[in-house]
Structures are given as C-alpha cells and as structure tokens.
Design a protein around this ligand. Structure first.
Ligand code: ZN
Length: 55
C-alpha cells in the first residue's frame, strides 16, 4: 500500500499514513492526530518534489 503525507493547517504537524487506493479515495479530509482538526491537506510526495525547476 502507498504512503501519503499530510500537513495540518491548524498546528503545522505533518504526518504519514499508509492507505490503500480505495481507502484514500474515500477519505478526503483526515483528522489531524495532534489537534483533531480536519483542516489537513495532502503533501506531494518526495518523488514529485525532485522534479522541481532548476534555474
Ligand atoms: Zn493539527
């Protein structure tokens, strides 16, 4: 199963979850494990970040 990184907008906590694709599709807004807020967003995985522009 793939791993997904998330960031909480309330407390800036980042956390990683392992989810199946099916589970990930169903679960849009995860609860932050630190403060319980649902204002979380998924972070782009490191593999994608590496393709950022070089100047
Ligand atoms: Zn939080």
């Amino acid at each position: 199963m793939p791993f997904y990184d998330y960031e909480c907008k309330e407390c800036d906590t980042t956390f990683t979850r392992q989810e199946s694709f099916e589970e990930h599709e169903r679960r849009r807004n995860l609860k932050c494990p630190e403060c319980g807020s649902r204002k979380t967003r998924q972070l782009v995985s490191a593999a994608f970040v590496q393709t950022s522009k070089k100047s």
